[in-house]
Design a protein around this ligand. Structure first.
Ligand code: GLA
Length: 385
């Protein structure tokens, strides 16, 4: 059918009986390395991807929002700015929008309402940040349509606040920041302590492949918040604000004073921060064999120390690495407990990766994987209507 922008316009007209003023776009993301480090004030290296959410909007003169989404046909959600109500018991799609508007209201910002029609091709529940794409497309729309003049970083911070306080997920800032600030053909090395970021170009000879294990996951229900608490407990043990400034030697020296799980959680975070900075340098300088080693070590650390992988994901990593060797890197990406694997591989190996997954994954697991051949894309923006 027609492209997503046309679909968003069409949904808008069908729903509200008039043309939309403008369209806004925000991408999903894949994290190349640096997992569960963002909320520990550490380093992450995500890229925005060419899967995105588009919102067609029309400004209103009152404070009402009315929203529809093509993923949830027939559901019209309505709310008033600043009156989003309490945290929902089981969050649904519109709660990511309400989270954003309530974070604005709590921050003392004002806005008029809007009518919205949402269309997205970011796979839901796959760990590719469909929720951040939704929040950031919405935040960018409110900001631009009302000339509020928030920076992309400020939009990302409001989106995170909404998700933390309204939706109830203790996520870090990575997904929102990369959706707001992504750059075509680049990953972004983000220092989550001061929110400084640096674009790192992805060498032209590499393909960005995402493999969805199709093992269903849910961040809020999963052990995500527990992992965060465990990290905070270790930081508190050392009287630190976060794990960012904890040295591995100090962690090792205190091993006996910590539970085994908490020790391994902190070990993952400390070593992952190092790997992430090194991976940015390896990528920038085209040192693919070093990138390969770092991504492999990251996966092992997530599997054994942070304990967020599942057997289907470990199997995908194992078969992909068997065909790419040192000519690329592969690891689980995202919050964990299912979701996707990311591989950065020499173009000439793309077919071999697709083949081995098609030949072996279904047989071994009984689940069909979905493969996305991606490219690193720009962050959120207004589209010409
Ligand atoms: C989810 C969260 C992010 C980050 C990752 C794990 O995507 O939303 O903030 O913590 O998990 O790296």
């Amino acid at each position: 059918m027609s492209n997503p922008a046309q679909r968003a316009n069409k949904l808008f007209v069908q729903t509200f009986g008039t043309l939309a003023d403008t369209l806004y776009f925000a991408p999903g993301r894949v994290n190349l390395i640096g997992e569960h480090t963002d909320y520990n004030d550490g380093f992450v290296l995500p890229a925005a991807i060419n899967f995105h959410t588009i919102i067609a909007i029309k400004r209103r003169e009152d404070s009402q929002f009315r929203a529809v989404s093509d993923a949830f046909p027939g559901e019209m959600k309505e709310w008033t700015f600043g009156e989003e109500g309490n945290r929902p018991e089981s969050p649904e799609w519109a709660d990511y929008l309400k989270g954003f508007s309530s974070a604005m209201a709590i921050s003392g910002l004002a806005t008029k309402g809007m009518d919205l029609a949402i269309v997205s091709n970011v796979p839901l529940g796959a760990g590719l940040s469909s929720s951040a794409a939704l929040e950031i497309a919405f935040g960018t729309a409110i900001n631009d349509a009302n000339q509020i003049q928030l920076s992309p970083l400020a939009i990302a911070q409001l989106a995170q606040r909404g998700e933390n306080h309204y939706v109830g997920c203790a996520c870090g800032i990575m997904d929102q920041m990369i959706s707001a600030l992504g750059q075509q053909d680049h990953a972004l090395l983000i220092d989550c302590l001061d929110l400084d970021s640096e674009a790192v170009s992805i060498p032209e000879n590499l393909s960005l492949i995402i493999i969805n294990s199709n093992v269903k996951r849910g961040l809020v229900e999963s052990e995500y918040n527990l992992r965060r608490e465990q990290c905070e407990q270790v930081a508190a043990h050392f009287q630190l604000d976060s794990l960012r400034h904890l040295e591995l030697a100090d962690l090792e020296a205190a091993k006996d004073q910590l539970s085994d799980a908490n020790y391994r959680r902190a070990k993952h975070v400390i070593t992952e921060n190092r790997r992430t900075q090194n991976a940015a340098w390896a990528l920038e300088s085209g040192n693919i064999s070093q990138l390969s080693t770092l991504m492999a070590e990251s996966h092992i650390s997530m599997r054994d120390d942070f304990e967020i992988t599942v057997p289907e994901i470990d199997f995908l990593v194992e078969i992909v690495s068997s065909v790419i060797g040192e000519k690329g890197g592969v690891r689980m990406t995202g919050g964990g407990f299912g979701g996707c694997v990311v591989a950065l591989v020499d173009h000439e190996l793309t077919d071999a990766v697709v083949e081995i997954v098609e030949q072996q994954y279904l047989d071994k697991t009984g689940i069909e994987a979905t493969i996305y051949l991606c490219s690193a894309s720009d962050g959120a923006k207004r589209l010409d209507n």
